[in-house]
Design a protein around this ligand. Structure first.
Ligand SMILES: [Zn+2]
Length: 121
């Protein structure tokens, strides 16, 4: 067997276009073929990989919790009223979104003279 033959379809490939997939050398067509089912048929894996990024313990956040976390991460510390305004929430709702984040030890409240600030845990 030639080492310049696609392991899947058996046709000779241009070495410049060959791709390695699971240890086999494939022509570009077969490589794309082999790759596409992962993208098309397994959205859950993609979703998981995205939502678990940066998360200790792997809990999934709601979109609002993710926004809140990103906001605090970006600014370092954010007063509760400002975070609520930024996300379009009431302070009560903001505290509800914040509670699980504190539980997951991602964010915490930090009391200062002029109110409570949200900071990274
Ligand atoms: Zn091929």
């Amino acid at each position: 067997m030639s080492d310049k033959t696609c392991a899947r379809c058996g046709s000779a490939y241009d070495p410049a276009e060959a791709r390695e997939y699971l240890g086999q050398m494939l022509c570009e067509d077969c490589y794309l073929d082999a790759m596409s089912p992962i993208v098309v048929c397994d959205p859950w894996a993609v979703h998981t990989a995205k939502s678990l990024k940066d998360l200790p313990g792997g809990q999934a956040l709601s979109p609002m919790q993710q926004k809140l976390y990103n906001l605090v991460k970006e600014r370092g510390e954010v007063p509760i009223p400002e975070a609520a305004a930024h996300l379009g929430l009431s302070e009560d709702d903001l505290r509800r979104e914040f509670a699980p984040l504190r539980h997951m030890e991602m964010l915490r409240g930090c009391k200062k003279d002029d109110g409570i600030y949200l900071t990274l845990f």
